[in-house]
Design a protein around this ligand. Structure first.
Ligand code: NAG
Ligand code: NAG
Length: 452
């Protein structure tokens, strides 16, 4: 099914000036409801014209059941015009119909005793039999539940969505025609309800299903993975274990790394941030930098460039400048703004550590300059690093020097690292040629645009 995504088109028209903003690229792979939090964030950051953002919001809202919200936005945009009310009647009559077809299910869900009994049932067959006895539940009633769930979702009532998907997710077989859609729908409504623990479970369930390779073509799998990568950012940058898990999925599951390199290299920003902000994952740096170099022809931003300057070119001045730009990028990124402080702290440490590998004795004044700090601040920072046993060094306050405890890299080791990166570059070229040969295609079977 080829369908141009109106949302992506609308956003990329309005948003071209904010150089590092990825919202329009990301919007292509997100359900329209998932774009809302991003738009709200952009509105607060005021980097775009307010009316243009409102127009994008209105375009998205007109395709949902959030009629009153749409009318509010309409009034802001066109204060002197009558708002459209027909849509509301349509939405209300749809609810009446669905309420009728789900009456028995709703009654069952309101029956605490029976619901308690259901909670004790462990397998889907027992539950299905129970539902058949109680409400004569068959494919038709399942379909009504599904439609009701989707209806509430379009209303922006994500907890009601989950209520109606409850029986469905407990009983559905992988052969169910709605199977994939239900998994996507469940994930979306858990994300929008900010239930990160359940969202992570749903994300894993969906990933296992996609990776089990039981449906569709290789291309369809690639697209499903691309969506999953984008949706997963909500979970990974909110769940407390997320920034660790994101590295395992994006960098070390080859099918996902392949999807990132083929479809969405801009995701490298998020992967890089996860690696940079976690000191325990420093051993992933080499693998990450290799990918960044391969992709530098198709994607770069201050964050990926920071790593390139530091670990490929050993260009400390370049890294310092990029670190400043990184702060602006993170500050304006919906997913990353919460990591800003950790990012700066760790990035400084990386500059420092790399610098120390090459120089054994460093003047604090020079170091302060490289880290965008004043000398007192820098000395204080280094003292803390030494105190917390994160750095093997001594400070000579009289001379204003830091003296490293460990041996720096020998010139020979440095040469080996350079050669390593040269062969990576030729690999990258080959990769690029392969990629040019692969055609891009669009496909539209998201929850947000499925066959309702
Ligand atoms: C969601 O819908 C239910 C009815 O199904 C209602 O009781 C509840 O108040 C709604 N929640 C929100 C946030 O609108
Ligand atoms: C960093 O990585 C370690 C080891 O994988 C993990 O235990 C920890 O939770 C991670 N920290 C963050 C902030 O993600």
């Amino acid at each position: 099914m080829l369908q141009i995504n109106p949302l992506a088109a609308a956003i990329s028209d309005t948003i071209t000036m904010a150089k590092f903003d990825l919202t329009s690229r990301m919007g292509q792979y997100l359900d329209r409801h998932l774009v809302f939090p991003l738009l709200e964030f952009l509105t607060a950051k005021q980097i775009y014209d307010e009316n243009e953002l409102l127009q994008v919001k209105l375009d998205i809202l007109s395709n949902t059941n959030m009629v009153d919200y749409a009318i509010d936005v309409w009034k802001l945009l066109y204060p002197n015009q009558e708002a459209m009310n027909e849509r509301r009647n349509q939405v209300v009559s749809e609810l009446n119909e669905l309420t009728k077809s789900c009456a028995e299910i709703t009654e069952l869900m309101n029956d605490d005793k029976k619901m308690k009994k259901i909670e004790t049932m462990r397998d889907s067959r027992t539950l299905m039999n129970f539902l058949q006895d109680e409400i004569n539940c068959g494919p038709e009633k399942m379909e009504s539940m599904y439609k009701m769930a989707k209806y509430w979702y379009e209303c922006g009532n994500y907890s009601s969505t989950n209520t109606f998907l409850y029986f469905y997710t407990l009983t559905m077989q992988t052969t169910d025609k709605n199977y994939l859609n239900v998994l996507w729908g469940k994930l979306a409504s858990e994300i929008l309800g900010q239930n990160w623990e359940t969202a992570l479970e749903d994300l894993n369930k969906l990933r296992e299903y996609i990776d089990s390779n039981t449906f569709g073509s290789a291309l369809q799998h690639l697209h499903q993975r691309t969506w999953l990568i984008h949706w997963s950012l909500f979970v990974f940058f909110n769940h407390e274990k997320g920034r660790d898990l994101v590295i395992d999925m994006f960098l070390y599951k080859s099918q996902y790394l392949n999807a990132i390199q083929t479809m969405c290299p801009h995701i490298l920003r998020y992967l890089s941030t996860a690696v940079i902000t976690n000191r325990s994952r420093r051993n992933s740096l080499k693998d990450l930098v290799k990918v960044i170099q391969q992709e530098s022809y198709t994607y770069k931003d201050p964050i990926t460039e920071f790593l390139e300057h530091l670990y490929v070119n050993f260009d400390f001045e370049g890294a310092r400048q990029k670190l400043q730009e990184c702060q602006i990028v993170l500050f304006h990124d919906f997913f990353l703004i919460a990591c800003l402080d950790e990012f700066v702290e760790n990035a400084r440490l990386m500059i420092f550590e790399t610098f120390c590998r090459i120089h054994q004795c460093i003047s604090i004044g020079m170091l302060a300059e490289k880290l965008n700090m004043n000398p007192e601040e820098a000395e204080c920072w280094i003292v803390n690093l030494i105190r917390n046993a994160r750095l093997d060094a001594k400070i000579d306050s009289k001379l204003g020097h830091v003296v490293m405890g460990t041996q720096p890299l020998s010139p020979y080791q440095q040469l080996i690292e350079k050669i390593d990166s040269l062969s990576v570059r030729s690999e990258a070229l080959q990769h690029l040629i392969e990629k040019k040969l692969k055609a891009r295609a669009h496909e539209d079977n998201r929850w947000g645009a499925s066959e309702f």
